[in-house]
Design a protein around this ligand. Sequence first.
Ligand SMILES: [Zn+2]
Length: 94
Amino acid sequence: MAAAYTWAAANTRGVYARWSMRILFWLLLIVVVWAVLSARSRAKPSGSARPTPSRAVPMVACAYCQLHVPQNEAVDAGGRWYCCEEHKRLGAGR
Ligand SMILES: [Zn+2]
């Protein structure tokens, strides 16, 4: 009776050990796969083209002809933008 009990206890312990090893293996595999996937997905947006706002010049529309020109090339007329001096003159005259 005692021998049978100890055999059963040892056997169950062995089964548990085998299952816990299997679970640990799968958990480790899942963690490794998750880490690789998250690292890859995190590296994608930072590595790809991100517009540099410091170098990008904002575009403004000419108040006369609606032509979009870079702000540093546009003619400022009190908050309104024109593509050239002539359109500034024509736009102010309207
Ligand atoms: Zn214009």
